[in-house]
Design a protein around this ligand. Structure first.
Ligand SMILES: *Cc1c(COP(=O)(O)O)cnc(C)c1O
Length: 365
């Protein structure tokens, strides 16, 4: 082919998503499979959001409200930030993309830890910039080493808090020391996709640091605790000047109309969030206890997922579990060859996961 593609595009590796249930059942000819691979809500979707979706089906011929007026207004009330500080996205993934495209030029650097959410290096490479990866220490961001890795070319720092895939969080002291060491001309992104599951006494949110220098962007999503991953709604909270730049690049109708009404309803569905938190808390306690019986090493988490050291090639465990209808996540693409990551499910799913893992581990002995 005669087309010319920049090297940084031709060498891009697509994001490896968790395997969809339908795909597994189609490929393996099985039914009744379960998916504990993408940190989705074990209970489903906020019932209030589902009602709002039904009520709004009749409006689908209209373009959505490109300003996201009602959703931003409610977020502003709940979070205590002004509306011009909020940018809505087609999932928080879109905000990650927007931040990088807005502030990073080819050859410049984006700082992150390793392992971390794979979307950060992907979007960085997509603009011809360099992803600088700083190894974690005990499965947590090594903020001291990250501060040392900052150069005059560093434009953005991504910190997923809690971290995906480890579930660890950043403490207040650590964060403040880190922030004080940074120059004022770069942006700190705190990706808080799992904040609803974390113990607030153990960590910080970007909301507390909005007016400080360097600027902080806090990313949130409706994909996890609210159970709306399929509709793609997330948002960023940031200083208004930063939001103004992102809004120049943002597609005018980036958040669809059902997503907007569903997210608005889900925000006030406290009962669903509380129930979700309870199921996750109890599921974690069950899973940790059972995995200890299997003598498998796990890592404590502040999220709705965690890592398990399976002591073998995690891909083998992943595939053997797939054949038995249980989808987990192999961690080789994160550089953790002997690990799998599992999302907390409903009690019967957790039980099936444990039983299946025990079978698979015995087979691999
Ligand atoms: C799941 C997840 C998100 C959410 O992405 P959406 O685009 O909002 O669905 C963001 N960051 C991390 C680290 C995640 O694991």
């Amino acid at each position: 082919m005669g087309i010319r593609v920049p090297d940084y595009i031709s060498t891009l590796k697509p994001y490896p998503p968790g395997k969809p249930l339908e795909e597994l059942e189609r490929e393996y000819g099985i039914t009744n499979s379960i998916k504990l691979a993408s940190n989705e809500n074990p209970l489903g979707t906020s019932p209030l959001a589902l009602e709002a979706i039904k009520r709004n089906l009749k409006n689908l011929r209209r373009y959505p409200d490109g300003s996201g007026y009602y959703l931003k207004r409610r977020l502003s009330q709940l979070l205590g930030v002004d509306e011009p500080s909020i940018v809505l996205g087609n999932g928080s993934n879109e905000i990650i993309d927007l931040v990088i495209r807005t502030f990073v030029q080819p050859e410049e650097e984006v700082l992150m830890s390793e392992p971390t959410f794979l979307v950060y290096p992907l979007m960085t490479q997509a603009v011809g910039a360099r992803a600088v990866k700083v190894p974690q220490k005990y499965f947590a961001h090594d903020l001291e080493a990250m501060a040392k890795a900052v150069t005059p070319n560093t434009r953005v720092v991504f910190l997923d808090n809690p971290n995906n895939p480890s579930g660890t969080v950043i403490s207040r002291k650590e964060f403040e020391v880190f922030r004080n060491r940074l120059p004022g001309d770069l942006i700190i992104v705190l990706d808080e996709a799992y904040m609803e599951f974390a113990n607030p006494e153990r960590t910080i949110t970007g909301l507390e640091y909005l007016s400080d220098s360097p600027p902080v962007i806090s990313l949130r999503t409706f994909s996890k605790a609210h159970g709306l991953a399929g509709l793609r709604v997330g948002y960023g909270i940031m200083p208004p000047e930063v939001a103004d730049y992102l809004n120049r690049l943002r597609q005018p109708f980036n958040v669809n109309s059902l997503g907007q009404v569903a997210a608005l309803a889900a925000l006030d569905d406290e009962e669903f969030i509380l129930e979700t938190q309870k199921v996750v808390r109890e599921g974690l306690a069950f899973l940790y206890a059972e995995l200890e019986k299997l003598q498998l090493r796990t890592h404590p988490t502040q999220a709705n997922f965690f890592l398990i050291d399976v002591g073998h090639d995690g891909r083998k465990v992943y595939e053997a579990m797939l054949r038995r209808g249980v989808i987990v996540r192999a961690m080789n693409s994160y550089g953790l060859d002997n690990y799998i990551r599992i999302s907390v499910g409903r009690p019967e799913e957790n039980q099936r996961f444990v039983d299946t893992l025990a079978e698979v581990m015995a087979e691999l002995e």
